[in-house]
Design a protein around this ligand. Structure first.
Ligand SMILES: Cc1cc2nc3c(=O)[nH]c(=O)nc-3n(C[C@H](O)[C@H](O)[C@H](O)COP(=O)(O)O)c2cc1C
Length: 184
C-alpha cells in the first residue's frame, strides 16, 4: 500500500458528450475516487512529426506528466470496426514520442483495458487490438480480470449514470484487482 496519493490514470477513448465509455470511466472514479485521476485526450492534435519537431503540444506534455506520475493506466476504449478508435490510438502514439521516452513512460507500466458498447460483445475485439500496442511499448498488461460492458444503452441512464448494479459489481471487482496489481 503506497498511500492515497498513489493513483492510476484513466483515459476514455471517446470524445462525444454522451459517451458510454466516458460514463464507465466516471463510474469507476465514483467507486474509487481517491485512486483514479481522469486524463483528457480531447484537445490532442493528430500526430504529425513536424508538430513534434516544432515542440510537443502542451496537451500531450500534460497527459504524459499525468501518466508518469501514475502507478498504472486504465484505458476505457470503445471498439471501432473491431479495433481501437483512432483518437485514442493517436493519443497513445503521441505519448510514445520521442521514442527514447518510452522507457520512462511505458516500460513496466501496469495497463488494464475495459470498454462499453451498445452491441452484444462489449468491445471484446477492440480490447484484443490493444494488446500488441502495449506489448510493443513494454507495458505490463493486467490480465487478472476482464470487463466488457455490452448493451450499454441499458447500463447507463440518459445522464450517463450507471444504473446496472451487476455491472457496477463487476467494475468494482475488476478495478480492485487492477489497483492491487498496481500496489495501490
Ligand atoms: C466508426 C465506428 C465503428 C464502430 N464499430 C463498432 C464495432 O466494431 N463493434 C462495436 O461493438 N461497436 C462499434 N461501433 C459502435 C460503438 O460501439 C458505439 O458508437 C459506442 O457508443 C461508441 O462508444 P462511446 O459511447 O463511448 O462513444 C462503431 C461506431 C463507430 C462510430
Amino acid at each position: 500500500m503506497s498511500g492515497n496519493t498513489s493513483k492510476i490514470l484513466g483515459i476514455s477513448g471517446s470524445l462525444r458528450k454522451g459517451s458510454y465509455n466516458s460514463a464507465l470511466l466516471r463510474a469507476t472514479k465514483e467507486l474509487f475516487p481517491e485512486s483514479i485521476e481522469i486524463g483528457d485526450i480531447r484537445d490532442i492534435p493528430m500526430y504529425n512529426g513536424d508538430l513534434e519537431t516544432d515542440g510537443v503540444p502542451e496537451e500531450v506534455v500534460l497527459l504524459k506528466q499525468q501518466l508518469i506520475g501514475a502507478e498504472g493506466l486504465l484505458l476505457v476504449s470503445p471498439e471501432y470496426n473491431n479495433s481501437m478508435p483512432g483518437v485514442l490510438k493517436n493519443a497513445i502514439d503521441w505519448l510514445s514520442r520521442p521514442s527514447l521516452d518510452v522507457r520512462n513512460v511505458f516500460r513496466g507500466l501496469p495497463v488494464a483495458l475495459i470498454g462499453a458498447s451498445p452491441g452484444g460483445f462489449g468491445t471484446i475485439l477492440g480490447q484484443s487490438a490493444w494488446l500488441p500496442v502495449f506489448r510493443s511499448l513494454g507495458a505490463r498488461q493486467w490480465s487478472g480480470g476482464r470487463l466488457m460492458v455490452s448493451g450499454a444503452s441499458g447500463v447507463f441512464d440518459e445522464n450517463g449514470a450507471m444504473v446496472d448494479e451487476s455491472v457496477r459489481e463487476r467494475l468494482e471487482q475488476f478495478t480492485r484487482g487492477f489497483l492491487e496489481f498496481c500496489e495501490i
